[in-house]
Design a protein around this ligand. Structure first.
Ligand SMILES: Nc1ncnc2c1ncn2[C@@H]1O[C@H](COP(=O)(O)OP(=O)(O)OP(=O)(O)O)[C@@H](O)[C@H]1O
Ligand SMILES: [Mg+2]
Length: 268
């Protein structure tokens, strides 16, 4: 018998308040545990809307239809309810400036979820934060704890944002174009870091990207969106070499050079 999926999405629709039409329509999808799912599609196709809906981060007034069915047995640990943003599902944004607070130290921000959701004391959370910063390959983790976000580079900020996101050991990490504001070397390093987190922490990764080569290198599964509709979903090794829809083929031909070497592992 095949394992139960972590999340089953059935006929999901999302309409933002005041919008003339839905941002997402009739999306059905299953998310497997410990997999890496890439979401691709043109700008405005509904990728972030789907991710925010999964994470419970849609703005007030957004109307949803359809169902999100969580397999509680897989995701629930000692918690009372699931899912809770920041605890079970972490979200890393394109711009780490959007998720990091400029007036709080990095230590305070990386500690926050662990204090709130894991019940650690401040001292324990600071030790935890130091380990997390080292784990996302930031050097001088001790000194960083008392540093403010504007005092470090964009790539370092994105690593801090990832450390803060995974502080409460979430089951699912959503990276919404988390590498697109970075230079290619740093992009490769962050992609490699995300990959390692999935391997070592057993997280499920959902990542949204316009970079087909990144999707090809990092994902197990891929979904393709167009104008709020899911046009194709499947295993990366099936969909990319042999797309089933004209739209995916067009999207790939506008981006893809499958002869490029893998990004993963090219930089630390
Ligand atoms: N908060 C919001 N209020 C109203 N409409 C929104 C809101 N957020 C997104 N939309 C609309 O919903 C549609 C889907 O947007 P979404 O942000 O999900 O696209 P996307 O695929 O993530 O695009 P991009 O690649 O540019 O990030 C778009 O038409 C967008 O204008
Ligand atoms: Mg988006």
């Amino acid at each position: 018998m095949s394992p139960l999926p972590l999340l089953t999405i059935k006929g999901l629709g999302v309409t933002y308040r005041g919008a003339s039409g839905p941002a997402l329509s009739d999306v059905s999808l299953t998310l497997e545990e410990k997999r890496r799912l890439a979401i691709i599609g043109e700008s405005g196709s509904g990728k972030s809307t789907l991710a925010r809906c999964i994470a419970g981060l849609l703005p007030a007034g957004a109307r949803t239809t359809g169902e999100l069915i969580w397999n509680d047995a897989k995701v629930r640990t000692k918690h009372e309810s699931f899912p809770a943003p920041g605890r079970d599902i972490a979200y890393v944004f394109q711009d780490p400036g959007a998720s990091l607070n400029p007036v709080l130290t990095i230590g305070e921000q990386v500690c926050e979820a662990a204090i709130r959701h894991l019940g650690l004391t401040r001292r324990q959370a600071l030790n935890h934060a130091r380990d997390l910063l080292a784990g996302v390959q930031l050097t001088h983790a001790e000194a960083l704890l008392s540093t403010y976000p504007h005092q470090i580079s964009g790539g370092q900020r994105q690593r801090v944002a990832i450390a803060a996101a995974i502080s409460a050991n979430p089951k699912i990490l959503i990276a919404d174009e988390a590498t697109s504001a970075l230079d290619t070397i740093t992009q490769a390093a962050i992609a490699s870091l995300l990959d390692r987190l999935v391997q070592t922490n057993g997280m499920t990764l959902i990542f949204i990207t316009h970079d087909i080569a990144l999707a090809s290198n990092l994902a197990d599964d891929i979904t393709v969106f167009k104008s709020g509709h899911l046009v194709e979903a499947g295993k990366v090794y099936n969909v990319l070499p042999n797309p089933g829809s004209v739209y995916t083929r067009r999207l790939l031909s506008s981006h893809l050079d499958l002869t490029t070497p893998p990004l993963i592992g090219t930089a630390g």
